[in-house]
Design a protein around this ligand. Structure first.
Ligand code: ZN
Length: 79
C-alpha cells in the first residue's frame, strides 16, 4: 500500500527552492526530496510538507537545497 495517494504524490514537490519531486520511503513513512534529500513525515496519509518540520538525514544535501543558511543550519543541528 502506498504511503500517500498516488495522485497526491504526483502534484507534491519539496518546498526547497528546487521544488523537486519526492521519493516514497515506505519503510520509514517518509517522503524524500530527490534533490536535497530532506525527509517529510507522512502522518496517516498526510505528508507534512514544511521545511521546519523536515528531517535532515545523513545524506541531506544543503547545496542542492539552496534554502536560507539559517534554515539549513537549524536542520543540521537537529539532523
Ligand atoms: Zn528539496
Amino acid at each position: 500500500m502506498p504511503l500517500i495517494d498516488p495522485q497526491l504524490k504526483e502534484i507534491l514537490v519539496c518546498p526547497c527552492p528546487h521544488h523537486a519531486p519526492l521519493d516514497e520511503d515506505e519503510a520509514a513513512s517518509r517522503l524524500r526530496c530527490q534533490k536535497c534529500r530532506l525527509a517529510f513525515v507522512v502522518d496517516d496519509g498526510l505528508p507534512i510538507m514544511l521545511l521546519e518540520e523536515a528531517e535532515a538525514g545523513a545524506d541531506f544535501n544543503p547545496q542542492e537545497c539552496g534554502a536560507a543558511e539559517e534554515v539549513t543550519a537549524e536542520l543540521k543541528a537537529t539532523g
